[in-house]
Write a protein that binds this ligand. Structure first.
Ligand code: SF4
Ligand code: SF4
Length: 363
């Protein structure tokens, strides 16, 4: 296992982290605990969950897993989150979390899923920072962290606040262009950086043809998943890549991948990134050059949702509406505000017919 600094906290965390959002059988506690033990025996020490994962069942399973890890003298750090904003709501939430997780304090406690800078201002007005600082002074949490799907300059602005010790954000070979700005703040503030969705929510393994740019020239034997993980591990700023394991076999596969990891140079990593645009023809890469819409339509987010239709359709799910609602907290009717001025299409690096796609989304 490779261990990296989590920002300036003094904690060394495993580059491979365990995400508790995808257990295949969350009610089978023995199986879930076996998965946690196997991961910890392989060196994983960062375990991330949330009250919303399986309606608190993930936290309950983690509590059982942590008890077993203690029994076996295996070290671990617990990370979880809260959507609550007022002091009394957060205190009620954390009381339940500590009981479920069966621990006296949460190592990495996240202000969960900042959806916009306005949303961040609203949470601050509710006193969330003062509450988090008090919880830290009282020893109930050890580090103040944030999670967010913000992109571009907005994620940099959020992270430059100077109150956070670490951030959890989506970053992968699929969407890396969207959040390069996060790394400016991570370096400037010396933050711990945990990335979620390392496989683009399943898009990367489903479309190996799109991700050929990740492979080392002359290394055809490397699988797409291993190449996508290596892409992330090659970023020295990333402390942990979280994988939401479904099965014990997946835990073992990921451990094999990290044990066989051979780092690339920074120049090689840049060369890989430069090859991506050619591979992603017709797919929005999240570069946000189009993001100056006079109608204030958040075009990169809408085109990301359209990508889901092209790359990640699931039976019985409207992929665009689902992505807009749950990932971006946006209503698809906003797409109807487009006046076809054409400004965004002239700027689009991938030559996407944005106007047509927005019309289709608006319905
Ligand atoms: S074409 Fe539509 S979406 Fe694009 S910039 Fe103009 S109004 Fe905005
Ligand atoms: S629509 Fe085009 S310009 Fe806009 S974010 Fe996507 S790829 Fe970039």
């Amino acid at each position: 296992m490779i261990f990296r600094d989590y920002g300036q906290t003094g904690k060394k965390v495993s580059l491979l982290g365990f995400g508790g959002m995808r257990f295949s059988h969350v009610d089978d506690h023995e199986e879930c605990v076996r998965m946690m033990v196997a991961a910890a025996e392989g060196g994983v020490n960062y375990f991330d969950t949330a009250p919303g994962y399986f309606e608190t069942k993930s936290e309950i399973v983690f509590g059982k897993g942590f008890a077993e890890l203690r029994r076996r003298n295996l070290p671990y750090y617990a990370a979880t989150k809260t959507f609550k904003t007022t002091e009394s709501d957060i205190r009620t939430e954390i009381e339940g979390q500590l009981k479920r997780l069966d621990i006296p304090a949460i190592d990495f406690y996240h202000i969960w899923c900042i959806t916009s800078l306005d949303n961040w201002q609203d949470r601050k007005k509710d006193g969330i920072l003062q509450t988090f600082k008090k919880l830290k002074e009282e020893g109930l949490i050890r580090h103040i962290c944030v999670s967010s799907h913000l992109i571009k300059d907005e994620i940099r602005e959020l992270l430059m606040e100077g109150v956070f010790e670490g951030v959890l954000f989506g970053y992968s070979a699929y969407n890396f262009q969207t959040r390069q700005e996060a790394f400016d703040a991570i370096r400037a503030r010396k933050l711990g950086a945990v990335v979620m969705n390392p496989l683009g929510g399943g898009i990367i393994p489903q479309h190996p043809e799109l991700f050929k740019f990740l492979h080392r020239p002359g290394d055809p034997g490397e699988g797409t998943v291993a190449a996508a993980l290596r892409f992330l591990w090659d970023h020295p700023e990333i402390s942990v890549t979280l994988e939401g394991f479904q099965t014990l076999a997946q835990v073992q596969e990921a451990l094999n991948a990290i044990n066989g990891y051979q780092p690339r140079t920074a120049a090689e990593l840049e060369a890989v990134k430069a090859r991506a645009d050619a591979s992603f023809e017709g797919i929005c890469t999240g570069c946000a050059y189009c993001d100056e819409c006079p109608q204030d339509i958040p075009i990169p987010q809408f085109m990301d949702a359209y990508n889901q239709k092209l790359l990640n359709s699931k039976p019985g799910v409207d992929p665009i509406a689902d992505r807009l609602k749950w990932h971006w907290q946006l209503d698809k009717s906003i797409a109807g505000k487009c006046v076809s001025c054409g400004q965004c299409e002239s700027a689009c690096t991938q030559h996407i017919n944005i106007i047509e796609r927005l019309k289709e989304i608006a319905g």
